[in-house]
Design a protein around this ligand. Structure first.
Ligand SMILES: [Zn+2]
Length: 458
């Protein structure tokens, strides 16, 4: 365009151009007055989390022209997705040190400890000068403790205090549980897994997703798979190695069964994870035995989400385990893996079971009932079509999402033909009302899959 215009410039135009050039030079001469102030520069950024429910990011800024804005841009990585955000710092106090506090465990957001972060600061001065700090990367850890880490094969354990022996046990249990579950479900974990180990549940409480107080008081959270590649171990109750095997199994079930439009019903996810333990343990075992004796077991299709009631927690895990064991014992491992594969492809558990076993969830439930000596139930035929669950619509236990996710659960729980236990599950009230942000973030990060057990009665 400049070339094309040149030919047309006459004397008059040249004169104009000269004036403009002079004016521009004059402007440049004025500018150094403020440019003398110097360019904006940043010191070494830092991040701390003395309270594990937030991360405090700081950076020192030298902005002689005055600080206009300072923005933290962060990203969180996991094998399924990358999420991120920006948060501006309050710069009303001018330059110096600027701070952003990122809430990580609030009613509207849950970023699990063990997450891998990267971040940069973008600093802008009042003349438009910018400085962007080099990208920094870190693993978000609970700042109340002095963490140590150890890597073995595909696994890194993070621990503190006198827990080194448990870290070794965790690395061994993680490797064996992964191998066993990869063989069971015919899949491979292709990314590294991090295990974050607290000494006891009370010390890890602030790291857990907020749940109902009652449930907290009456249950023990042994561990949680908080992301596809991050597992929290909170409490060795019931056996430290068992908790690790259970949670690691959830990293494999996620790969085998969860897809963009498929989120495993809790009964098969938890059942497989308890099956991965050396033994389900007396709590789960006796709970399901007793429920069988009273015929107070739960219709399978009502077990999409884990029970929110402390009194039902052990029987939920026990029945899930018993059902999965029945499937594997009766139909064999290859077909069990096929159920996962078919579910992942279609997001419809009834269709997956029909395809592989020739029965839907009610049919499987009745086969299982008969295997434990209970009469089959004559369920009315399912008329409603199954609504495929978009990934993440299933709320993690204790986070109620009235709008999303509970629909399929409600449909099952509301069925009058169901076992007595369903009356209670249909009354599930959200323990905590949370915004879509948490659900999306939690879902995006692959949050879910607890291991709970009821506290023994004092
Ligand atoms: Zn579990």
């Amino acid at each position: 365009m400049i070339d094309g215009a040149k030919a047309m410039i006459g004397r008059h135009r040249l004169f104009e151009a000269a004036v403009l050039a002079l004016a521009f030079t004059a402007a440049l001469l004025v500018l150094p007055g403020s440019a003398h102030a110097g360019t904006i520069t940043a010191g070494e950024p830092s991040h701390t989390s003395a309270d594990p429910r937030s991360i405090v990011f700081k950076v020192k800024v030298d902005a002689p022209a005055g600080l206009q804005s300072a923005t933290l841009d962060y990203k969180l990585f996991n094998p399924d997705t990358t999420v991120g955000g920006s948060q501006p710092a309050d710069v009303s106090g001018g330059a110096g040190e600027v701070t952003v506090t990122l809430e990580t465990n609030s009613p509207t957001r849950y970023i699990p400890i063990g997450s891998r972060f990267t971040y940069t600061w973008t600093l802008v001065d009042k003349e438009g000068g910018r400085a962007v700090t080099p990208q920094r990367e870190f693993i978000f850890l609970d700042g109340r403790y002095q963490w140590q880490q150890k890597t073995s094969g595909n696994f890194t354990a993070y621990w503190y205090g006198d827990n080194a022996r448990n870290a070794d046990l965790a690395l061994q249990a993680a490797a064996s549980s992964t191998a066993a579950n990869e063989a069971l479900l015919n899949v491979k974990i292709t990314y590294p897994i991090r295990l974050v180990i607290w000494r006891q549940e009370s010390e890890g409480e602030m790291a857990q997703v907020p749940r109902s107080r009652t449930l907290d008081r009456e249950t023990i959270t042994g561990g949680t798979r908080v992301a596809p590649d991050v597992v929290h171990i909170y409490d060795p109750y019931g056996g430290f190695v068992e908790v690790v095997k259970h949670e690691i199994a959830h990293t494999v079930t996620k790969v085998a069964g969860d897809g963009p439009f498929a989120h495993l019903p809790s009964w098969i996810d938890e059942g497989t994870a308890v099956y991965a333990q050396s033994d389900p343990g007396t709590e789960y075992r006796s709970a399901v035995d007793s429920a069988v004796r009273n015929d107070s077991v739960t219709r399978l299709r009502s077990m999409t989400s884990a029970s929110n009631q402390a009194s039902r927690v052990n029987v939920f895990y026990g029945q899930s385990w018993s059902t999965v064991k029945f499937m594997i014992d009766k139909y064999g491992q290859p077909k069990f893996a096929e159920v996962y594969k078919a579910f992942k492809a279609g997001g419809d558990m009834d269709a997956a079971l029909k395809q592989v076993y020739g029965v839907d969830q009610d049919g499987l439930y009745n086969q299982w009932r008969q295997s434990v000596g209970l009469k089959p139930i004559d369920f009315p035929p399912e008329t409603s079509t199954v609504v495929p669950q978009a990934q993440g619509t299933r709320a993690p236990l204790g986070i109620g999402t009235p709008s999303a996710g509970s629909s399929s659960q409600a449909a099952g729980g509301g069925d009058a033909a169901a076992a007595p236990a369903e009356k209670s599950s249909s009354k599930l009230m959200p323990a905590v009302i949370v915004g879509a942000v948490t659900v999306l973030l939690a879902a995006g990060m692959g949050f879910g899959a607890f291991r709970l057990s009821r506290k023994p009665k004092a």
